[in-house]
Structures are given as C-alpha cells and as structure tokens.
Design a protein around this ligand. Structure first.
Ligand code: HMG
Ligand code: MG
Length: 323
C-alpha cells in the first residue's frame, strides 16, 4: 500500500513544517470536526467550548483544522458564532485554520477576521445542491467563481481548497458517474484550488465505486492534488481511504470522535474518526505528526460536552488505558 516509490514521492511532497522520521511516508490529515462535526449537532454548543476544543486539537500535532463556516446562520445556526470562535482560538503558526464559505458574503466576513485559508464546496448533483445551497449546480459553480474573483481582488494571497460533495452517491439523485466528478474537479483546479477534497457525503461509497471515481480523476490530475473525505454511514470509510491511499492520495479529512454530517443530506452520519484514521495510518507505517493520546483526549472532551458516547472505536478502546 505504501511502497518504495510512494515513499520517495511522499518525502518530496510532505509538508516540511514538522520534524519527521525521513524513512516514513507522510499522510496529512485535515481535521474537520469543529466544522463538519459540530454543524450537525442539534443543540447549540457554546463558543467557549468550541474554542477549548479547537485549542486542544491544535496541541495534537495536526497541521490543518477547519474551524468553522461562514454560511448563513439561518441555514446552519450552530455556526452562527463563527466570528467569536475564529477570533478567540489560539493560532499556532504551524497550523492552518481554514473556514468554509458558500458565497462572497461569507468570504468577506472570513477575511475581515483574518482567515488565511478558505474552503469552497461544489455539488454537481441537482438534488443535494438545491437542498444544501438553494441553487442549481451551475449557479453554485458561479458562486464559487465569484468567491475566487473577489479573493483575487482582495489581493491577500489567500489559499483556497475545494470540496466536491456526493462523489459516488447523492441522497436525492442516487449513483453519481465518475465523469461528473472529474469535470467538477477540473473546474475547481482551473479556478486555482490547491487541492480538491472528494466528499462521500452520505458514506455510500464502496471500494469499487471509489476506485472507479479515482481512476477517472487520475486521467485528469495527479494524486497530490486530491484529498479524500469519507463519512462513515455504512462503515466503509477506512476501506475507502485505503483505496485512495493505494491510488496515491496522501491527504485525508476526518473528524475527531467521528462527529459530523450535513443537516441537508438525509442519511449523512459522521466522518471517519480521526483517532481511528491515525491508528490505522500509524499501523501502516505512515507518519501523521499527530499524537494519538492527545487526540483521544480531545475526542473525549468534545464527546463529554455533547453528552454522547464517542463514535471512535480507537477512543473507546484506548481512553481508559491512557487516562
Ligand atoms: P439563500 O437563503 O438562498 O441565500 O441561502 P440568500 O442570499 O437569499 O440570503 C438569505 C439570508 O442569509 C440573507 O439574510 C443573507 O444576508 C444571509 P436576510 O437578508 O434574510 O437577513 N446570508 C448570509 N449570512 C451570513 N453569512 C453568509 C450568508 N449568505 C447569505 N455567508 C446559502 C444560500 C448558500 C447562503 C445557504 O444555502 C447556505 O448558507 N448554505 C450552507 C449550508 C451548509 O453550510 N451546509 C453544510 C456545509 S457543506 C458540507 O457539509 C459538505 C462537505 O463536508 C463535503 C461533503 O461531506 O460532501 C463540505
Ligand atoms: Mg462532509
């Protein structure tokens, strides 16, 4: 899965900000728990709890944390405290604190509080696009163009990451053909996204559908432009992530404690848990820069605050051993 050629490739592409064992391949993790995880929580989580949660995540060695979204608070009330959360968190220079934005209004609010990296999200299927963003896919793509144009006119050298939702299945339109994902990815890369994250929004993907999607994408671009973002509704996330690793993908999104989902995607449960992902990657001989014990502590903290058991198998297995 992580052979010699891959190792050489990883050493070339790995982020140089943290100290690493140069004999081990590196997989970068994007922690989306504070955004994708908490956006689906029905009861409001106080901003101070979110800040403490993100500060704990910052201490784990993660290099990328998606901390909130600047979407309409009428649509996602849980993210209505975005300014307070973004401004109160301790920002370590080694961590990129990205935020999700749906339109120019969200971009301008994010920039006004100092966001340096934003994420845009494209949905190529009609059903989910309308439910999640109240527009057709084409209108959604136009909004993304407007965001990027506005970003350029602001001239602040912002980084932009792209998401594609429903990469193998849409909760409303069913199976999604690989060609549709490839053309959406081309659109995002041409706009200037430095990386495109492939979202299995409702976790319906299997090894074969994920493989078919990746094979088509790899005719368009190289694997180091891609990330994988698996919700774990059907328990396929780790298998699908391994499939992506096999195809050279080295960036994986995950959510501590397996939090997550999208209120507008029927059947979407949490992302793959970061604890389970790190355990698996370390077991495969990869390096992540993440301290599993500190991660387990962060996962336990947020599960207690949400008053629910963790969805991470590794957290369940190791918390009592560690603490
Ligand atoms: P709309 O209602 O069509 O927009 O929503 P609008 O332009 O008519 O505005 C309605 C109201 O919202 C107005 O306020 C706007 O000012 C306000 P009013 O005049 O009525 O008082 N508004 C905003 N306020 C703050 N920040 C903003 C903003 N924009 C408008 N940025 C819209 C369209 C896109 C805004 C809405 O549908 C929306 O916010 N959707 C986001 C839904 C969302 O966050 N979903 C979850 C994230 S995506 C995801 O989870 C998938 C992912 O994880 C990958 C995967 O798993 O596949 C990324
Ligand atoms: Mg998601």
């Amino acid at each position: 899965m992580l052979g010699n050629t891959t190792r050489t490739f990883l050493l070339r592409t790995a982020n140089s900000q943290i100290k690493r064992d140069l004999h081990k391949p590196f997989v970068r993790i994007i922690e989306v728990g504070p955004r994708d995880g908490l956006q689906n929580e029905p009861v409001h989580v106080p901003a101070d709890v979110k800040v403490e949660f993100i500060n704990k995540l910052s201490e784990t060695g993660l290099q990328n944390i998606e901390v909130t979204s600047f979407v309409s608070p009428k649509w996602i009330p849980q993210m209505g405290d975005n300014i307070e959360v973004f401004t109160k968190i301790n920002k370590k220079p080694s961590v990129s604190y990205s935020v999700l934005v749906p339109n120019v209004k969200g971009l301008e609010a994010a920039v006004s509080v100092g966001a340096k990296e934003i994420a845009v999200f494209a949905t190529p299927t009609e059903g989910f696009s309308r439910k999640n963003t109240n527009c057709s896919p084409e209108e959604g793509f136009n909004r993304i163009r407007e965001i990027v144009d506005r970003m350029k006119s602001l001239g602040q050298n912002l980084k932009v990451r792209g998401y594609i939702s429903c990469v193998v299945g849409c909760p409303y339109d069913g199976y999604v053909k690989p060609k549709l994902i490839t053309s959406t990815c081309e659109f995002l890369l041409n706009l200037g996204c430095y990386e495109v994250s492939l979202g299995d929004t409702i976790g319906v993907g299997t090894k074969s559908t994920v493989e078919a999607m990746l094979k088509d994408l790899l005719k368009l671009t190289v694997a180091d432009k891609l990330a994988i973002h698996c919700h774990d509704t059907y328990g396929q996330a780790l298998v699908n992530i391994c499939t992506a690793l096999d195809h050279g993908v080295r960036v994986v999104d995950s959510s501590v404690s397996g939090l997550g989902g999208c209120p507008y995607a029927v059947g979407a449960t949490g992302n793959v848990s970061t604890e389970d992902l790190v355990y698996m990657l370390h077991g495969l001989g990869a390096e992540t820069g993440v301290d599993l014990k500190k991660l387990i502590d962060a996962g336990h903290f947020i599960s207690e605050k949400l008053n629910k058991p963790t969805d991470s198998r590794v957290n369940k297995a190791l918390y009592k051993k560690y603490f």
